[in-house]
Design a binder for this molecule. Structure first.
Ligand SMILES: [Zn+2]
Length: 426
């Protein structure tokens, strides 16, 4: 039991004849006898939920206050209402913020944080929106991203669905962080840092890389969608190869390979390498995936050229630098590697994960762990912070980057409840 709770319970003993008492997030209507306050205090040290049930029964049946109720405060009067939470998400989605153009959304979110009672909120040197609650020594970082994939499908609300770029990836998760952080009764020793990072969708990951140098948290939650009742603990790694050839054109057919032929020969080499790497590995998360993202060929009469971009998704324990080096040594062509990220698989058995599992169960869900085939800012910060980490957020990630991107607002509100309850368990 946290000290603040005990203190607030003690505080209620001073209001014996008041008709309304607040017990750390619970509202007790009607009269609370002093001896019950004393008893409750003892019971609360043993089991808080049980103590509240017993208190209700005692007041209803022993004393005879039959209209007495004990409820969670958030069920009756949340500090940030659901409609405020929905408005925040709508407003964030309505401000376009593709990577490198996040400024307006960052301004809006930091203003919102100040207005709704964050202890401080500011724009950091990388351009991230940062809000802080609490002054404790234990840092918990909620790292979402405020940039979105490109394109701007119209923002609209249809019944309980909000459509628009970023509604799922990942403003839904970020807005839930912003609201959940305010609703939660945090432990006294916690300092909660909410970050809306820039350039997650860009290869630079500028916002997360900068945040990684600013904090050394004891726990981190990444804001990415995986549905309200699931917890993401794994992301694949990444590598991009740019293959490029330029050469004199042969004067007649058959004398030398064309750029297009050389490109396909290299693509064949990459596919063979991938197949060999995956031998005996049946799990998708355990396999190296490769995509030919782009191919261009052309000629100007005397010279021809060919270019390809090849993208890899790496399973755990595969070194992107090793793969890049294995696929070098192309005669007459250059191969440039970038975007190196190793795969991340976080520990399932942490206090952080237990808090989320408990919170999902408390909302009636069956928590499940997920491994994603893409990358996220978890790939950037996990190797540096080396602390318990997971990703959480409402929405269907299959809608990421699609023209049809939308989020169910009820799921969003549910995720906020889970997040709030998880934060209170930390
Ligand atoms: Zn994302």
């Amino acid at each position: 039991m946290r000290n603040t709770e005990a203190q607030r319970i003690r505080g209620t003993e001073g209001f014996l004849n008041k008709t309304l008492c607040f017990l750390d997030g619970f509202v007790v209507q009607n009269v609370l006898g002093s001896w019950i306050g004393e008893q409750l205090l003892n019971k609360i040290h043993a089991n808080y939920e049980l103590a509240l049930i017993e208190l209700t029964q005692t007041l209803n049946f022993t004393i005879g206050y039959s209209n007495m109720t004990v409820q969670r405060e958030t069920d009756t009067e949340p500090r940030i209402t659901d409609s405020t939470a929905e408005q925040l998400l709508h407003d964030l989605v309505a401000i376009p913020s593709p990577s490198h153009s996040e400024g307006n959304a960052v301004d809006m979110l930091t203003q919102w944080m100040l207005e709704y009672g964050y202890d401080t909120a500011f724009i950091d040197a990388a351009g991230n929106a940062v809000g802080i609650i609490g002054k404790g020594s234990r840092d918990i970082v909620l790292l979402g991203h405020i940039d979105t994939f490109g394109g701007n499908p119209p923002v609209r609300r249809e019944e309980r669905y909000l459509y628009g770029r970023g509604s799922v990836d990942a403003k839904g998760s970020l807005a839930a962080f912003a609201v959940g952080a305010l609703r939660a009764n945090l432990a006294d020793d916690v300092r909660l840092i909410v970050i809306g990072a820039v350039e997650e969708e860009a290869r630079s990951s500028k916002g997360a890389r900068f945040a990684a140098t600013q904090y050394q948290p004891q726990m981190c939650v990444i804001g990415e969608p995986s549905q309200w009742d699931r917890i993401t603990i794994g992301y694949k790694g990444r590598l991009l190869l740019e293959w490029e050839w330029r050469g004199a054109l042969a004067h007649s057919a058959g004398q030398a390979a064309t750029g297009a032929e050389l490109a396909f020969a290299y693509w064949q080499r990459v596919q063979d390498y991938t197949k060999q790497t995956n031998e005996g590995e049946d799990r998708i998360f355990g396999q190296l995936d490769v995509t030919l993202q782009d191919i261009n060929t052309g000629q100007d009469g005397a010279y021809g050229w060919a270019r390809m971009t090849i993208g890899f998704r790496l399973p755990p324990k595969k070194d992107p630098y090793q793969i890049a080096s294995d696929l070098q040594n192309e005669e007459n062509a250059t191969v440039t590697a970038h975007g190196h990220e190793v795969a991340i698989v976080a520990d399932k058995n942490t206090r952080l994960s237990a808090a989320f599992r408990g919170a999902i169960r408390a909302q009636g869900g069956k928590p499940r762990f997920v491994h994603k085939t893409g990358t996220s800012d978890m790939n950037v910060v996990a190797p540096i912070w080396n602390c318990p980490i997971l990703a959480y957020g409402a929405g269907d990630s299959a809608l990421d980057h699609t023209p049809n991107e939308h989020i169910n607002l009820d799921e969003y509100l549910n995720a906020i409840k889970v997040l709030t309850s998880a934060l209170e368990r930390l």
